[in-house]
Design a protein around this ligand. Structure first.
Ligand code: PRE
Length: 163
């Protein structure tokens, strides 16, 4: 083989494995850091822990809100019982769901998921109110004293919790 040709082959051999070399050196460098600086591993674990705690806190806050909303359902039921009003307010429900799905897009949340969640919340509220009505019917309760007004006080509280 002529000298010029053999140099070409050597040159190709030398440089064709260059990207693999770069990747291997990169990997080695990264691993070495975790070996030489094990603190990095614990830092990653700490970040993971913080994320988990934050998620847990968000979940707890959500559960607290659900609980508050369901507790208010008893006040709603008392007001409706006193006024002999129907439990279901289909128009109110639709207005709430439309407003919430518009807010979902604003906050980058999925409108369907949010709507399903609040639909379930409304269903739970209606079940509580129905159970209250049945119980008061059996107990022969005529009306309740000191019930906050649905429009002036209860619904604004519900709106605040919902948003
Ligand atoms: O605002 C009421 O009348 C409620 O009973 C509350 C609520 C709700 O959870 O938002 C529940 C049932 C009604 O059909 C409408 C709304």
């Amino acid at each position: 083989m002529k000298e010029g040709n053999s140099m070409k082959v050597n040159y190709r051999r030398k440089f064709s494995i260059l990207p693999i070399n770069i990747i291997l050196v990169g990997l080695l460098f990264a691993c070495q850091h975790f070996v030489l600086f094990p603190a990095w591993g614990s830092e990653l674990a700490a970040i993971h822990d913080v994320c988990q705690v934050k998620q847990q806190l968000r979940l707890e806050k959500l559960l607290r809100l659900i609980n508050q909303l369901l507790l208010i359902a008893h006040d709603v039921a008392r007001w409706k019982w006193n006024k002999k009003q129907a439990i279901q307010d289909k128009r109110g429900e639709q207005e709430l769901l439309t407003k919430l799905s518009q807010q979902a897009t604003k906050y980058g949340l999925e409108a369907d998921t949010l709507t399903n969640f609040f639909q379930a919340q409304i269903t739970a509220s209606k079940l509580i109110q129905t159970a209250d009505f049945q119980q008061w019917e059996q107990q022969g309760i005529r009306s309740f004293k000191n019930v906050p007004d649905l429009n002036q006080s209860i619904r604004p509280s519900l709106d605040q919790l919902n948003t």
